[in-house]
Design a protein around this ligand. Structure first.
Ligand code: ARG
Length: 584
């Protein structure tokens, strides 16, 4: 057939190509979109063409008539065994099992499963972004893991990704923090005090509020720090470093690909701020208002229906979070040469970003051709439906959450494997516990709030990490029992049963799935896909004997499907930063 040997297929892209050609041949405008989608029900085939109605409307032609003409020109021989026209003008495509079989073989023999080369883009992804001298909390957990899964997916597809950890490392609070650190160092208790950031921060704030001398010193340190005083910078560095050491421990444990090199904190943009304010004034965008410098935006209105004023420099000369984000977007385009910028920040900061970016666009700092995307997410809720907090109402420290995950997973695996040694149990508990927490988050559509529920996420049933990790070990155990490894499988893959074809089709949709994740920044799409693969595998395995297949050739053929299943699940979990084990 017409497919080039050696290049694995993206079915959706292939069909898009073929149907586009047929549409043009049938007289549709050259830019009409075929809108190829995976069919939701088996009776609608494997893929459906949804773009006929739109094209027919533009032509002023009855859609079914156009559909018929398109089908006449559509050559899918060797690829599809049936093409139906349905409803008002949908075209349903049923893929040929023999073609699917060749494509599965192709995927198995390719190192990268089914990935075709993309035109690489430079993409900056802003994620994690915790604050100095503060504990990482659940909001940072979401940004960190959703951002990291997207980053890995973009890289897997061949993009050049720049990880930007927009650390909250600047602001007036540093005067107070430096003064307090100084005091603690004098008492030789700084090391201990910095073990617990919440307590450190609280104590610094109390000193600031109650001790006038301390407050005076703190304020003078802010000024000194801003003007590059060496002592203050050294103390500031110390706070930053200790925070990042702690964060790094969380990143490593979470299997998140961030490191110290990815820190591009707020302080990085500090030196750009005066010239940005001057430039915005010069462009007539910013004006003086009651001593402050303000940009009035017609796009946003306040309660009185008047244009909203966004302060970019305070009366006392201080800059704001928005000013920094304006500079930051400019820097990402000008200096990092970003072609696309993605921000993983919770939805409560949406208005803030929109204001900053409106100013960025008006000032011409980033051209419209470079998208600035806010991939927002909702909150993590407790079982009571309220924001997830400790019993005392405090924020939950990420370390404590991960420790609890480990403990709970340990209890589970101990029960299942009473014979196992302590070291293996601990390793298993970490992979399963952390995997469960990450997957619970990643598998939900990020735009909504979700309820954090230990029992659900650690269940071996349903769309959970343990279910997928277990499905993976199951395939490995089939190979162990068969006494054969993947490389030595021979003979052609033949798809005779509908369950085999269904599994094969889904396996071949790995790349389409990654493309969607890359486009929308929605790792839950990958989770749903992997879950689907595991469920289809399970039903295939139950109904189509593998180890006890009728003859050797069908045994080998079915083992090939199993091999691609294992590789797909493992690659998918890797992209989510979730580990797998050989046995559990
Ligand atoms: N540090 C901020 C916070 O904890 C998040 C920063 C997000 N990134 C940005 N470019 N504003 O809320």
């Amino acid at each position: 057939h017409s497919i080039d040997k050696g290049i694995p297929v993206n079915i959706q892209a292939l069909l898009c190509d073929k149907v586009s050609q047929a549409m043009v041949a049938a007289g549709a405008p050259a830019d009409s979109e075929p809108l190829i989608r995976q069919s939701a029900k088996p009776q609608f085939g494997d893929y459906q063409v949804n773009g006929i109605m739109g094209a027919a409307k533009r032509l002023g032609m009855p859609p079914r008539q156009l559909a018929e003409k398109v089908v006449e020109h559509l050559s899918l021989s060797g690829i599809a065994h049936k093409i139906d026209i349905a409803g008002p003008g949908f075209i349903n495509i049923f893929l040929d099992p023999q073609w699917l079989a060749t494509e599965v073989e192709q995927a198995l023999s390719s190192e990268h499963l089914n990935l075709a080369p993309v035109t690489p883009q430079t993409i900056v992804v802003d994620y994690s972004a915790p604050n100095v001298a503060k504990e990482m909390h659940v909001g940072h957990l979401r940004s960190t893991i959703i951002g990291d899964a997207t980053v890995r997916t973009l890289e897997k597809l061949g993009h050049n990704v720049i990880r930007a950890n927009h650390l909250g490392d600047w602001g007036t609070q540093f005067g107070m923090l430096i003064a307090y650190l100084e005091q603690q160092q004098a008492d030789h208790s700084a090391e201990i005090a910095l073990q617990d950031f919440e307590a450190f921060y609280r104590a610094a704030k109390i000193a600031y509020d109650e001790d006038e001398d301390f407050a005076v010193r703190a304020r003078s340190y802010v000024v000194k720090l801003q003007s590059g005083d060496e002592y203050c910078l050294k103390m500031w560095r110390k706070l930053v470093d200790i925070t990042m050491e702690q964060n790094q421990r969380n990143y490593d444990r979470l299997n998140v690909s961030l490191s110290a090199e990815n820190v591009m904190g707020e302080s990085l943009y500090n030196s750009m701020l005066p010239s940005i304010v001057a430039d915005l004034k010069q462009k007539g965008l910013a004006v003086e208002s009651e001593g402050a410098t303000v940009v009035f935006l017609d796009e946003f209105t306040n309660k009185e229906g008047e244009p909203m004023g966004v302060i970019i420099q305070k009366k006392d000369g201080g800059y704001l979070y928005t000013t920094t984000d304006i500079a930051c977007a400019k820097y990402r385009y000008e200096t990092l040469k970003a072609e696309r910028v993605i921000y993983y920040i919770d939805s409560r900061q949406h208005q803030h970003l929109m204001q900053a970016w409106t100013i960025v666009r008006k000032a011409g700092y980033v051209p419209e051709s470079v998208p600035l995307e806010h991939h927002m997410f909702g909150m993590m809720l407790g079982k009571d439906g309220r924001p997830f907090k400790t019993r005392a109402g405090g924020t939950i420290r990420l370390v404590d959450l991960l420790d609890e995950a480990h403990e709970r997973a340990l209890t589970l695996v101990k029960e299942k494997n009473p014979e196992m040694d302590a070291q293996t149990l601990n390793r298993l508990a970490e992979v399963i516990g952390i995997g469960a927490v990450k997957y619970a988050d990643l598998s939900k559509n990020r735009t909504t709030d979700y309820v954090f529920d230990w029992d659900n996420m650690l269940s071996f049933e349903g769309n959970t990490a343990p279910y997928l990790q277990y499905a993976y070990t199951r395939v490995l155990s089939i190979f162990r029992k068969a006494g054969i490894d993947e490389q030595s499988l021979q003979g052609p893959l033949v798809l005779t049963e509908s369950r085999e074809a269904a599994l094969a089709t889904r396996l071949l949709q790995f790349e389409e799935t990654l493309q969607q994740v890359a486009r929308e920044g929605t790792p839950h799409v990958l989770c749903a896909y992997l879950y689907d693969v595991a469920v289809l595998f399970s039903s295939f395995y139950e109904h189509c004997p593998v180890l006890t297949a009728q003859d050797e050739s069908s045994r080998q053929s079915r083992l090939k499907l199993a091999a691609l299943t294992a590789r797909t699940i493992k690659s998918g979990l890797d992209l989510l930063g979730i580990g797998t084990v050989e046995r559990m």
